[in-house]
Design a binder for this molecule. Structure first.
Ligand code: ASP
Ligand code: MG
Length: 486
């Protein structure tokens, strides 16, 4: 039988009822394939743990959070194990003791904030995998917990660690050689070479699923969540947004980077490397086909598959004669920002080289201006750079689709449609992959922009067309017959 990796996100296991629901789902699937199951923390738990970590570092009371954490799990345990809760409660209690000892260690860790956070956040997945593996076993699905810290090796970048693939793949294969039960794997966590706990970034459980998929040459990776797939736009803004049935890994990555939050972008990498299809499925609507992601799709007429957006960004503009034909300026701009850990979302420079602008998250506004003023203080004094300006309250919109390269009219259509609606474009960047046209508009225009473009590229088929036939002869009659059948 082929192996499938199934990952359940926090919302799919948020309470006892939902855990029962996924148990049925797993039962059915385990008849058709071998399974390995990756779980997130129970819905909301990572945020509670984060709050506990935050408060304990500041020396503020976190009792309420702690109470919420415990009662959430105990309620689930009581509900799922009405009679035989001894073992599962015992496991839970000993993990809670461990968690407490980590929190007690806070003083020694204050200078290693991210490292400390990881030692706390990891418990969400440890709790959930322990409860779910016991419950599955009770329901006749022999399973056991796999603590991914035993197999996923990462670097020391606590909070957003990078995985050493080859060693991890070997460790996963070796570990599973002797296992017969279904593994219930902790998503989101790993360990560095000293055995210290690391996390892969918030929402990183998808990544864990993809890593296991690649290591085990799985036939598919299923990401179970609470929506019908990756949508063509944010449904909170575009009511008509619909699930995208099929997209490539690159398209999924482009969409995820520009705001569609259904899948964690790095998760594409291991799956892509082994060309394992990823399916996004809805636990609340399991029969719906969802979204499929793999390395190729037929392009038909669907070159644009989605429109995503980041609703609040700022734009930094650097301008001056001193930028023209001066080598190294761009390098200096970006290294000074990198030095402050500022992430750049979009870059645009005109051929004249007279100005360059780039987009950042607003939390970096002051820091980036300060960094640039410091870096270019000589050029500013000599008036070679006359402007370092920040523009706030902007939104980034990205039109994404694989076929744009072959379809020269797309960017024309994007900008002329927006022009017709009097929406002005503040900056544009189109990656050379031509899989993504990104541009910036005023924040107040963002919702209109998304709706207008969505209508242009997705709802054409709903438009009415009036056809008038004058003097119906044989041909006209035939045409009417054809239209009637449509
Ligand atoms: N539990 C982690 C988080 O909430 C990882 C995940 O859900 O994928 O970020
Ligand atoms: Mg999650």
């Amino acid at each position: 039988m082929k192996l499938k990796i199934i990952k359940f996100g926090g919302s799919s296991i948020a309470d006892a009822k939902r855990i029962r629901n996924i148990t049925e789902l797993v039962k059915i699937r385990s008849k058709k394939s071998n399974l390995a199951i990756v779980v997130s923390a129970i819905g909301g738990v990572t945020n509670i743990l984060n709050s506990i970590a935050e408060k304990s570092i500041k020396g503020i009371s976190f009792e309420k959070d702690f109470y919420e954490l415990i009662s959430k799990h105990v309620e689930i345990i009581n509900n799922l194990f009405p009679k035989n809760k001894k073992k599962v409660q015992g496991d839970f209690d000993s993990y809670v003791v461990l968690l407490k000892s980590q929190i007690d260690n806070v003083e020694a860790m204050v200078s290693n904030r991210s490292e400390y956070f990881d030692t706390i956040l990891c418990f969400g997945e440890i709790f959930s995998s322990s409860i779910i593996s016991r419950y599955f076993s009770n329901c006749g699905i022999p399973s056991e917990q796999l603590d991914s810290r035993d197999v996923i090796l990462t670097n020391d970048n606590f909070g957003q660690a990078f995985v050493h693939y080859q060693k991890t793949f070997n460790q996963i294969r070796n570990y599973l050689k002797t296992k017969n039960k279904i593994q219930i794997i902790t998503g989101f966590i790993g360990a560095n070479s000293d055995g210290k706990t690391t996390t892969l970034g918030r929402n990183g459980s998808d990544y864990t699923a993809s890593i296991f998929g690649a290591a085990l040459n799985a036939s598919a990776i299923e990401i179970w969540t609470d929506v019908d797939g990756i949508l063509s736009a944010n449904p909170k803004i575009v009511k008509a947004a619909e699930p995208i049935p099929h997209m490539t890994y690159e398209e999924a990555m482009e969409l995820a980077h520009a705001g569609a939050s259904v899948i964690f972008p790095p998760s594409m990498v291991p799956a892509l490397y082994k060309n394992i299809p990823i399916y996004i499925k809805n636990t609340f609507n399991p029969n719906y086909s969802g979204s499929k992601i793999n390395n190729h799709r037929s392009l038909d007429n669907n070159s644009v598959i989605g429109i995503s957006s980041l609703s609040n960004i700022s734009l930094v503009l650097l301008q001056g004669a001193g930028l023209v034909s001066v080598k190294g300026t761009i390098g200096r701009i970006f290294s000074s920002l990198a030095g402050e850990n500022i992430n750049i979302i979009l870059i645009s420079m005109a051929f004249s080289e007279h100005s360059v602008c780039f987009a950042i998250k607003p939390k970096y506004d002051d820091l980036s201006i300060r960094a640039l003023r410091a870096e270019f203080k000589n050029e500013i004094a000599r008036q070679q750079i006359d402007k370092i300006k920040l523009e706030k309250n902007l939104s980034l919109v990205a039109v994404v689709g694989e076929g744009m390269r072959q379809n020269p009219g797309i960017s024309g259509r994007v900008f002329s449609t927006l022009g017709l609606h009097k929406i002005s474009i503040i900056a544009i960047a189109q990656g050379s992959s031509e899989r993504n046209i990104s541009f910036i508009v005023k924040k107040r225009d963002a919702n209109d922009t998304l709706n207008i473009l969505h209508r242009e590229f997705f709802q054409k088929k709903e438009q009415k067309t009036h056809i008038y036939l004058v003097g119906i002869g044989d041909i006209g009659l035939e045409l009417l017959q054809i239209i009637r059948k449509l």
